[in-house]
Design a protein around this ligand. Structure first.
Ligand code: HSE
Length: 318
């Protein structure tokens, strides 16, 4: 029996993320600051990856290491970089499941950062993102990177290529505020992907590409009006809007009230709006609250800013 004192826990936090950001379906996302998931990792005794405990999920997430995004991500990492290592995990869910705030991705991101540190591997972000996105494949059927990349790297991240994986960090304007509201309904990412069309028209492709280019340009200029104009999604949003009761009216009301833009966060149902100052961001939160309450799906939200990526929050190991 190994003395537990020589197997210290390493704790890591990974933030909530808003992915897609309008035209960046599956290739663009940003990290928020306030909320996220926490994962603790330590060297284990049994071979492989074991989940000892999950808190904050209402008993809904699997402890089976083959099925949980945190353990699947760590398993992927160990297979490549430490095949003989053993890791034990504990998860503290801070994010609601099926919300569009990158909940499964945050667990995977925090888990790989904690395991990397517990084993003192010092792996680069690309490797951690690769492992975490592999786990997203288990959660929703597609290993999309646009939640785990910002969850790990922080800020606004574009993923222009998967093979090889490329991560491009984009500047976020200083004064940018993000209002997020999660209505009281759940949308599984797999279901939100199932409603997408199998093919997209050339004009939609051209429009999305043009707006994605404008969005990147706006971020570099720090031009918030242009940023707002760029956050328009004609590919996923029209099909997903009907999965979120009250979304169309909520978006219209937020835009009317001066949001730079309003769209679906990831696969939804969380709705995000961008604003140029905190006062406006709080007003938008009230409007989204009113609208979703009126639609019969009251939920909760917050105003937040773009924040850093996953990090170790426990004392460093020596
Ligand atoms: N890009 C993914 C989607 C994000 O929209 O399906 C899921 O969180």
């Amino acid at each position: 029996m190994v003395n537990p004192d020589v197997r210290p826990w390493v704790e890591a936090f990974a933030p909530a993320t808003v992915s897609n950001l309008g035209p960046g379906f599956d290739c663009l996302g940003l990290a928020l600051r306030e909320r996220g998931d926490t994962v603790r990792a330590r060297k284990g005794e049994a071979p492989g990856v074991t989940i000892l405990r999950i808190e904050g999920d209402g008993g809904r997430l699997p402890l089976d290491a083959e099925l949980n995004t945190a353990s699947v991500a760590v398993r992927h990492l160990l297979d490549r970089f430490a095949p003989k290592a053993s890791i034990e995990l504990e998860l503290l869910k801070g994010l609601p499941l099926g919300s569009g705030l990158g909940s499964s991705g945050a667990s995977a991101a925090a888990a790989v950062v904690a395991a990397d540190s517990a084993l003192q591997l010092g792996l680069p972000s690309e490797v951690l993102v690769e492992a975490a996105r592999h786990a997203e494949g288990v959660a929703c059927g597609t290993p999309h990177p646009d939640n785990v990349a910002p969850a790990i790297v922080g800020g606004v991240v574009l993923i222009p290529s998967l093979d090889p994986l490329r991560l491009v960090s984009l500047p976020a304007p200083e004064g940018l505020w993000v209002t997020v509201y999660t209505p009281g309904c759940e949308v599984k990412t797999a279901d939100a992907r199932a409603v997408l069309p199998a093919a997209v028209s050339v004009s939609d492709c051209v429009g999305q590409a043009a707006r994605l280019g404008m969005l990147v340009h706006a971020l570099h200029l720090g031009d918030m009006q242009m940023l707002g104009e760029a956050v328009v999604d004609t590919v996923a949003e029209p099909h997903r809007a009907r999965l979120i009761p009250g979304y169309i009216d909520a978006k219209a009301a937020a835009c009317e009230a001066g949001a730079l833009c309003c769209s679906i966060s990831g696969a939804g149902p969380t709705t995000f709006a961008l604003a140029e100052d905190e006062h406006r961001a709080k007003a938008l939160l009230e409007i989204l609250e009113e609208q979703y309450t009126h639609a019969g799906v009251p939920g909760s939200g917050l105003v937040d800013r773009v924040g850093p990526g996953a990090r170790v929050t426990s004392k460093p190991l020596h």
